[in-house]
Design a protein around this ligand. Structure first.
Ligand code: 2P0
Length: 356
């Protein structure tokens, strides 16, 4: 048996991926931009391969995956096996090093960790481009989490997906003051999955094609604002882009509404906060759910937390910095040498992953 353990972190997009041009290869209709988060929200994954394993098995947050959930993991493992030219079955054990109640999607960090662990354990020798393509096969947004800092997922033009991968625009030290104040509004399962929702949008939203036309310019403008560290410009572009995404979701038939009344309160409160500041110092962005990610700078965190504390319905706030990307671990494996799953859990008080 061979194994490797990697920790990866989620990324929060400021220009969003929504819609595929190829569902099998997970190729997007548009490019996207994100910041990779720091270890506040890490996912640890141990991946093992052995000719003795009879079938693929996976455990996430201590629970063995059922057939339906396992399907997504097997699809990612098949892409790994294809790259490695092996038919060996795998065991995957993964845990989020943050409260599950944080309401954070972990598919990006999980699939990025899987790709990086596969690279190590099977000796694939992939560079960041190869890793990004492999992670993309597991989940589109995961292709951005193989890199730290500020990341661009290039749409690509080729049918085989060989030019659709993420590149680092700036590393985590370029704009170290950037923070993401996450307002956890709801941690329940979403009603419509991203995968189903984006498909439905492409099929039914008349506004979607307009979005596709102007996104390339938005991407260039956001990149320029980040490179110039111009928060005022960055913030406006980010909020307008989030609103645009949620407009096409509402324009979908039947409509998809991820924002709830608390999300809307946050939107109004951020605009009021900026108005009082006389410029844009805080910028909300929402993914496929009601939780707000308020991008800001370090000096504003206290004020923003105060502002959010007045809104009823926010369960907690979590503050993240920009992170450096995945990390290989030499110990702390979640699988023992005999192939059994080690006892492990997340300790909220110590804010860490404990392996017995
Ligand atoms: C993003 N989202 O760019 C956007 C914003 C949700 C809203 O990427 O089907 O979980 O696995 O490729 O990556 C969510 O989509 O979907 C997503 P699949 P994924 O972050």
């Amino acid at each position: 048996m061979r194994l490797a353990t990697v920790e990866a972190t989620p990324n929060i997009a400021v220009v969003k991926y929504w819609g595929k041009r190829d569902e099998e290869l997970m190729l997007p209709n548009n490019g996207s931009l994100s910041f990779t988060m720091d270890e506040t929200l890490k996912t640890r994954t141990t991946l093992a391969f052995s000719p003795e394993f009879k079938e693929d098995e996976a455990w996430i947050n201590g629970e063995k995956l059922d057939e339906k959930a396992l399907k997504k993991v097997i699809k990612a493992l098949d892409a790994v096996r294809e790259a490695a030219g092996t038919s060996e079955k795998a065991k995957l054990v993964s845990i989020n090093g943050f409260p599950t109640a944080a309401g954070m999607a972990s598919s990006a960090s999980g699939m990025a960790a899987l790709a990086c662990a596969a690279n190590e354990v099977l000796g694939l020798g992939l560079d960041s481009k190869g890793l990004s393509i492999l992670a993309r096969r597991g989940s589109g947004s995961a292709c951005r989490s193989v890199l730290g800092g500020f990341v661009e997922w290039r749409r690509g033009e080729k049918e085989d997906g060989s030019d659709s991968y993420a590149i680092q625009v700036t590393d985590e030290n370029h704009w170290p003051e950037i923070r993401n104040v996450i307002a956890v509004v709801d941690h329940g399962e979403k009603k419509v999955s991203s995968r189903a929702g984006m498909k439905q949008t492409i099929e039914t939203s008349p506004l979607y094609s307009a979005r596709q036309q102007y996104l390339p310019k938005v991407i260039e403008d956001v990149k320029a604002a980040v490179l110039a560290k111009d928060f005022n410009k960055f913030g406006e572009l980010v909020m307008r882009e989030s609103n645009d995404l949620h407009s096409v979701m509402l324009d979908t038939w039947p409509p998809i509404l991820y924002l709830n009344d608390v999300s809307k309160e946050i939107i109004y409160a951020v605009h009021e906060y900026n108005e009082n500041a006389g410029k844009i110092v805080a910028a909300y962005t929402f993914d496929a759910g009601p939780n707000a990610h308020v991008y800001t700078t370090e000096d504003q965190v206290k004020g923003i937390k105060e502002m959010l504390s007045k809104i009823k319905g926010i369960q907690k706030t979590v503050v993240c910095k920009v992170g450096a990307g995945p990390k290989k671990l030499s110990d702390g494996h979640l699988i023992a040498e005999d192939g059994s799953v080690k006892k492990h859990h997340y300790d909220a008080e110590k804010n860490g992953i404990v392996v017995e």
